[in-house]
Design a protein around this ligand. Structure first.
Ligand SMILES: NC(=O)c1ccc[n+]([C@@H]2O[C@H](COP(=O)([O-])OP(=O)(O)OC[C@H]3O[C@@H](n4cnc5c(N)ncnc54)[C@H](OP(=O)(O)O)[C@@H]3O)[C@@H](O)[C@H]2O)c1
Length: 256
């Protein structure tokens, strides 16, 4: 249960159509301290579970938001700003590892690297959370507790990279991490109420990890429910002193 946020807190989860993002929406709605949840989703017409949830839950507002389209991010921000003057929690969940329009496939070797795959991965994984910060910053401009959390991945850690491979995903997640750190430094001066962090969810049973689960021990493969419970505990414990850091699902710090 979240305990450190003000009563009636308002959250934005972007990348909320499925996987970890959809589960964040579900669990945030069950939090007594959360008053309203905005769910950013690039194609609501394909997000049946989210839309059904919203039809039965007046505290949930679905907002069209494609992180690769800056106009859509700006429109989403304007929509949310029309309904509230503040957010207390922003969770960036949109991410891509395989598939999509550029037919991403994690590279095993240099010869597999393709510019269009690099661009697609960076657009979603790295530029997405930064542009969301750019357009939603005004809603974090208040004096109450706020957290801006970007779901990253341990494979984006340069210090922790022991296996290599996965150039587009690793590179984009490393860039996402650098943007998070840079943003945290700026906000430590101008938005001191905001803890800005990167979070590693642990391997979670979603569409993103499904093709790569064969070598994952069953006790290391989390359900989305477990992952989000764990990440909400980490988020709840964050203080302004934690801003600019990269935390795993168990609260341990990951080297950049
Ligand atoms: N699952 C894992 O084991 C794992 C491990 C480490 C890190 N992560 C990270 O956790 C985050 C969530 O991943 P997941 O496992 O929940 O993946 P997922 O089930 O594949 O969900 C990915 C989400 O990203 C959204 N998305 C993709 N492109 C988008 C765009 N252009 N604009 C807006 N939304 C977009 C998808 O929306 P659509 O439905 O419209 O495609 C979907 O909601 C990602 O950042 C991922 O890198 C996951």
């Amino acid at each position: 249960m979240l305990t450190s946020f003000p009563a009636g807190s308002q959250a934005l989860v972007q990348g909320a159509s499925r996987g970890i993002g959809l589960e964040f929406v579900r669990q945030l709605l069950a939090q007594p301290l959360v008053g309203r949840v905005f769910a950013g989703c690039r194609a609501p017409e394909r997000a049946d579970e989210l839309v059904t949830l919203a039809a039965n839950e007046p505290r949930l507002q679905v907002v069209p938001l494609d992180v690769t389209d800056e106009t859509s991010i700006a429109q989403a921000s304007a929509t949310v700003a029309g309904m509230t003057d503040r957010l207390h929690l922003v969770v960036n969940c949109a991410g891509i590892l395989h598939g999509g329009a550029a037919s991403l496939a994690p590279e095993k070797r240099l010869a597999d690297v393709r510019p269009e795959a690099l661009a697609a991965s960076f657009a979603v994984n790295a530029f997405g959370p930064l542009l969301v910060a750019r357009h939603f910053e005004r809603l974090l401009s208040h004096r109450e507790r706020a957290v801006f959390a970007s779901i990253s991945a341990r494979v984006g850690s340069i210090g922790d990279n022991r296996l290599g491979g996965w150039y587009a995903y690793r590179g984009a997640k490393a860039a996402q991490n650098m943007f998070t750190k840079t943003l945290a430094i700026e906000w430590a001066r101008s938005r001191r109420n905001v803890a800005c962090v990167a979070l590693h969810p642990g391997t979670t049973d979603t569409g993103l990890s499904r093709p790569f689960q064969a070598n994952v021990a069953p006790d290391k493969l989390f359900s989305p429910g477990r992952t989000v419970r764990q990440l909400l505990e980490v988020i709840d414990r964050l203080t302004p002193a934690d801003t600019g850091r990269f935390y795993a699902w168990d609260g341990s710090e990951i080297p950049w």
